[in-house]
Design a protein around this ligand. Structure first.
Ligand code: FDA
Length: 501
């Protein structure tokens, strides 16, 4: 018999998991959340919960001996990375054959490490990607509901125009304007009132102290402060941390049985437990959820899972790049880590790209304009499972499609401004385009393919997917608002139809 039974279990506490937990708890359903990362609420010896980006320690990365920052070098020097001791740190970089994937680990998942950009996709592209979803209902009900619960806000335009902390953004905006390109403000979950107080010296600096990929000590409305706080506040939700679900099966009476390994702070498995539940919600993210379902299908534990589990994965077309500005075009030594503007060329049918104007907060003037480009790369890949682990079929040639699209746009920007690319930012190989990693893993259990139109897993009643694995490889903007809104839609439907007594 399973050791612990709960009516509902949620695996993972990122966006999909947090929405499920909150809505289940509010509906009065006792729910257990299993999260493999730690709870980030206690200060370390230096008095802060998260370590700084400039001097990272063990808290930075998930069981590593050296940090693996996305921007590893500067003038070809490995100035950023540090040796650390293995620990359940907050950022993980998962390596596959041709691409690596950054993900957040801890209570709050990706919300702990991400840039907070809270972008709603263009309705037409949402409808193209999700033909089985009522787009009017999404834009009328679930996107607004998600934005409100996430605490989305926008930078005060007057402050933006005046502050030194967004000079880098204004410079890139001007370069886009000279090219004839449109820019647009991008909302964020970072509290811009707090940020203005940081600038004024009346609040402790976080976004203005380089903090982001290893966690923000202040100002950011991560999920532990929004959906997960609401979930725990209902009194119906229990959270177990440092417990990694390894396997899922189903007992004869329909109970879902989960096997979970609990690790200590050195990564040693100290206990293996079994849990049972009636309703199972998977929110382990594109990688976590896909791995659990793929393993369940391939080992025969859940043999009736659809053949499309593991398919439809993409990078959201992510590419990072830097441009070298003229000496008179200074970007400023003070840069906020929270991006607030994008170059929106998505409507350009021959080369759709949405490029965020990203910070490079080194504390020194470096004349670099940095971007995270989201390109409409149509390439998709599948995961396969063998020998207990998952492989990803994504190739370097598929990443090159994203880089070529970014180059098309930024060649225009360089031509209009007589500027060039920077080749010293992404390792020793003199690359201008970092297309070998993504921040936006999407797909693996695509909505309407591996599941029905509401995230109900095909072949298995009362088993649901609520996270980024539902999104078919691309959504054209940063994905967490879409993931949250889709999870809201799933929970509304499931609570109305599936859990009624
Ligand atoms: P998410 O990955 O958030 O959560 C999954 C959780 O499940 C994790 O906490 C994980 O530890 C846990 N888990 C996985 N497998 C498990 C298992 N077997 N057992 C127990 N627990 C398990 N997006 C955006 O919209 N705006 C932005 O500005 C950015 N910026 C950004 C920067 C960086 C550095 C990163 C890494 C990512 C972003 N993103 C982003 C992407 C965004 O964070 C991402 O799309 C979402 O976090 C995905 O939400 P999910 O709910 O799918 O999974």
């Amino acid at each position: 018999d399973p050791v612990d039974r709960a009516p509902a279990i949620v695996v993972g506490s990122g966006y999909g998991g947090a929405v499920a937990a909150a809505r289940l708890g509010q509906a009065g359903i006792r729910t257990l959340v299993l999260e493999m990362g730690r709870l980030w609420n206690t200060p370390g010896p230096d008095g802060t919960v998260f370590c700084s980006t400039r001097a990272p320690d063990q808290r930075s990365m998930w069981f590593r001996t050296r940090t693996e920052a996305p921007l590893a070098t500067f003038l070809w020097l490995d100035v950023v990375n540090r040796d650390i001791s293995p620990y359940p740190g907050v950022l993980d970089r998962v390596h596959f054959d041709a691409v690596s994937v950054y993900v957040g680990r801890g209570v709050g998942g990706g919300s702990l490490v991400n840039g907070g950009m809270a972008v709603t996709p263009p309705k037409a592209y949402f409808a193209e990607q999700f033909p089985g979803v009522d787009a009017d209902e999404m834009y009328g009900t679930y996107f607004p509901r998600a934005r409100a619960a996430l605490g989305v806000n926008t930078v005060d335009p007057a402050w933006f125009e005046a502050t030194e902390w967004y000079r880098y953004t204004r410079v890139s905006r001007e370069h886009a304007r000279r090219t004839g390109l449109r820019t647009t403000f991008v909302p964020n979950v970072y509290d811009f009132v707090h940020m203005a107080r940081e600038a004024a010296g009346t609040a402790t600096r976080s976004a203005l102290a380089g903090e982001v990929v290893y966690g923000n000590n202040h100002g950011k409305r991560s999920l532990d402060k929004t959906y997960l706080a609401a979930a725990l506040g209902t009194g119906n939700v229990t959270l177990h941390t440092l417990e990694r679900v390894r396997a899922i099966s189903r007992a004869r009476d329909g109970t879902y049985v989960l096997t979970a390994d609990r690790v200590d702070l050195t990564g040693r498995v100290v206990e293996t437990r079994e849990y049972g539940c009636t309703y199972l919600f998977l929110g382990g993210g594109s990688l976590g959820t896909t791995e659990l379902l793929l393993r369940a299908r391939e080992t025969g534990a859940l043999p009736d899972l659809d053949a499309s589990v593991g398919a439809g994965w993409g990078t959201n077309g992510n590419v990072m790049l830097g441009r070298a500005n003229h000496l008179w075009d200074t970007v400023g030594e003070n840069q906020s880590t929270m991006p607030v503007m994008g170059i929106d060329d998505w409507a350009n049918a021959s080369n759709p790209v949405f490029a965020e104007i990203a910070p490079l907060p080194t504390g020194l003037e470096h004349w670099v304009s940095l971007y995270l480009a989201i390109t409409k790369n149509p390439e998709r890949a599948s995961f396969s499972y063998s020998g207990g682990s998952m492989r990803l079929g994504w190739t370097a040639a598929q990443s090159a499609v994203s880089a070529a699209m970014a180059r098309k746009l930024f060649d225009r920007i360089n031509a209009a401004n007589s500027t060039i690319y920077r080749y010293d930012l992404f390792g020793s190989s003199s690359r201008a385009f970092a297309d070998d990693f993504t921040y936006h893993p999407l797909g693996g259990c695509v909505l309407g393919k591996a599941t029905d139109a509401f995230g109900r897993v095909k072949g298995y009643p009362r088993l649901y997917v609520t996270d980024g694995s539902l999104v078919p490889g691309s959504i054209g903007v940063n994905p967490f608002v879409t993931i949250t809104a889709l999870a809201e839609r799933t929970m509304a439907r499931v609570l109305a139809e599936d859990t009624a007594p």
